[in-house]
Design a protein. Structure first.
Length: 591
């Protein structure tokens, strides 16, 4: 079914139903692309301000950090720049984290392809804090700044690999209540994980295509950026292995300082970073070598092994993409991944001795996002399919999952519902993991989906964002007030009503509570129904709103149409998509 999700804002009344997210504001692609900005990650602080990291590709190749307030208004934009610039220089900030005092932590890479060392100023202010980047090297960095963007410290991690061999990356960071920083990702060759005067080398194991294979690391720094410990889960595959790299993708820490890491490996790893051995191997030794297996690990506060395990399955592509791990308030683990879901694929989602298989019927889909919950000892609690294919030619992939203060689970990703020419129909996906259904059909190549479950895995709502082209979510955050900020990529046709369409990056904000799945009603003055709908909907008003002006906007705030409400019920038609309805009368207006 093609759906139109309608979102009304009306200032003459104050009642909202407690359901889906509703549109607040957005920044179109031109707000970023006209300045040559590449955007990678966002985060929100305790005040609802939004921070964004990336790279300025407009001739300088410098990394940047920006801040907007909760209304999307730019507060500042700062760059970390090369003092001695070469055309072989590039710097990007990929990951951002925020501590309880709203200090900012960013990580990324600086690449120097030149024949001489260069210096990069990591202080975005008037002062200079220079760090040397050796010739033909790619260096990983982590820096800490205040909420005003003032540098506190910056650290670099040097590798023996050249830029052609280096695949070192910090993929995820987490800050605990004491300001300690935890990070995971991948490294190849030999890396000094002590950013201070000391040396603490970790050396990867394995070769891929004559280059060092990426291995998994877990790192802890104190609040001053000094090394506490660094550990590795070393590769256990043959020297001539041609499989994918191993990588840690997500990390979290409990109140006792225990560290939980998830990621993937393609052959085998030793998940005990100490003198002992705990071998994890791919879930089916008969499968081809270039398949990934998901793992989860627990280390104590000193980085010592506690436990580690994998998900088992029988299919080559059963576990895909980048898994995410989060701890709820009860210190249960929420794990998100993407799996191939069909009747012939058996995946055991119980990390313990039991078995928990998903019943998926006979649909033959590609990939589906899955969320599972377990306790701190990896004992199974539940598993849910976030989006299940309801027909052929459909798939979905989740990019990121996060929790709010109440433990509600938000997941974002993209989905595609292809066209079945023999049946002359488009596919659908069911975003309700219960026996009920909430089906959505993508508008174009791919659409963005956003779902919310409660802490028991019960479905609350799902939304979609998209046009006629390709849309994908790069990052999102849920503020303490419940606002949802999405950083995404849009394809041509995303703004079908605009005078000039532009593919690229967009940022959008949505608030909670919002509208219900069936009918949105505001203090008995106005209702919009049915919602969602195939194309037609009705606007019903009370007599005191006769003569009010109604304006319909798309999710980027661009006007689609306006009209006067001259009858108690007005029928309208819209193309598939998500819309905002604003109403104005006698000086009272929406935002």
């Amino acid at each position: 079914m093609k759906k139109i999700l309608l979102s009304s804002v009306f200032l003459l009344a104050t009642f909202f139903t407690n359901a889906q997210a509703t549109f607040n504001w957005s920044l179109a692609a031109t707000a970023f692309n006209s300045n040559g900005l590449l955007c990678h990650s966002i985060a929100t602080d305790s005040q609802g301000n939004v921070y964004q990291t990336g790279k300025d590709a407009n001739g300088t190749s410098n990394m940047y950090l920006s801040k907007r307030n909760s209304a999307g208004v730019s507060l500042w934009f700062k760059q970390m720049t090369a003092i001695s610039f070469t055309f072989s220089y590039s710097a990007e900030a990929y990951t951002i984290a925020i501590d309880a005092s709203d200090n900012l932590y960013i990580s990324g890479n600086v690449t120097n392809g030149g024949a001489a060392s260069i210096n990069v100023d990591f202080d975005p202010g008037a002062a200079v804090f220079s760090m040397a980047i050796p010739a033909t090297k790619k260096v990983t960095f982590i820096s800490k700044l205040t909420s005003d963007g003032n540098l506190i410290w910056a650290k670099q991690f040097n590798s023996t690999a050249t830029i052609y061999e280096n695949n070192d990356d910090v993929v995820c960071m987490k800050i605990d209540a004491s300001g300690n920083l935890y990070a995971t990702g991948g490294f190849g060759s030999t890396v000094d994980f002590d950013p201070g005067a000391g040396v603490y080398n970790l050396t990867s194991v394995g070769i891929i295509n004559a280059r060092p294979k990426q291995n998994i690391f877990v790192l802890k720094l104190n609040s001053s950026g000094n090394l506490v410990w660094a550990k590795s889960f070393l590769n256990q595959t043959p020297v001539n292995d041609t499989s994918y790299p191993d990588q840690g993708t997500s990390i979290d820490v409990d109140n006792a300082g225990n560290v939980y890491t998830t990621g993937y490996f393609s052959g085998g790893i030793d998940a005990d970073p100490g003198v002992g051995t705990h071998l994890l191997v791919k879930f089916n030794s008969n499968l081809i070598s270039d398949t990934n297996t998901l793992f989860i690990s627990k280390l104590d506060s000193n980085g010592n092994y506690v436990w580690a395990n994998t998900i088992a399955g029988n299919h080559a592509q059963a576990i895909l993409n980048i898994p995410t791990i989060k701890l709820d308030n009860a210190e249960n683990l929420i794990l998100q991944t993407n799996s191939q879901i069909n009747a012939s694929t058996l995946i055991d989602y119980d990390f313990g001795p039991g078995t928990q298989y998903l019943s998926v019927g006979n649909y033959t889909g590609d990939t589906c996002p899955v969320v599972l919950k377990m306790d701190a000892n990896a004992n199974f609690i539940w598993v849910k399919i976030l989006a299940l294919t309801q027909s052929f030619y459909t798939n979905a992939s989740c990019n990121q999952t996060t929790l709010d203060a109440a433990g509600n689970i938000y997941s974002i990703g993209s989905f595609a519902c292809g066209y079945n020419s023999s049946a002359n129909t488009y596919g659908t996906m069911d975003f309700d993991p219960s026996a009920a259904s909430f089906n959505m059909t993508s508008n174009g190549v791919t659409d963005i989906f956003l779902t919310k479950l409660d802490n028991n895995g019960n479905f609350l709502w799902a939304n979609q964002i998209g046009g006629s082209g390709y849309e994908n979510a790069k990052s999102f955050a849920v503020s303490q007030s419940g606002n949802i900020i999405i950083l995404g990529e849009s394809g041509a046709g995303f703004n079908k009503s605009a005078t000039s369409t532009s593919a690229g990056i967009f940022m959008a904000s949505y608030s909670q509570p919002g509208l219900s799945n069936s009918q949105f009603e505001l203090d008995k003055n106005i209702s919009v129904y049915p919602n969602p709908t195939t194309n037609e909907f009705n606007i019903k008003i009370s007599e005191n709103l006769m003569g009010a002006k109604a304006t319909i906007y798309n999710i980027l705030g661009q006007k689609i149409k306006d009209f006067t409400l001259n009858s108690l019920t007005t029928n309208q038609n819209l193309d598939k998509g998500m819309y905002l309805i604003a109403i104005e009368k006698e000086g009272n207006s929406s935002t």
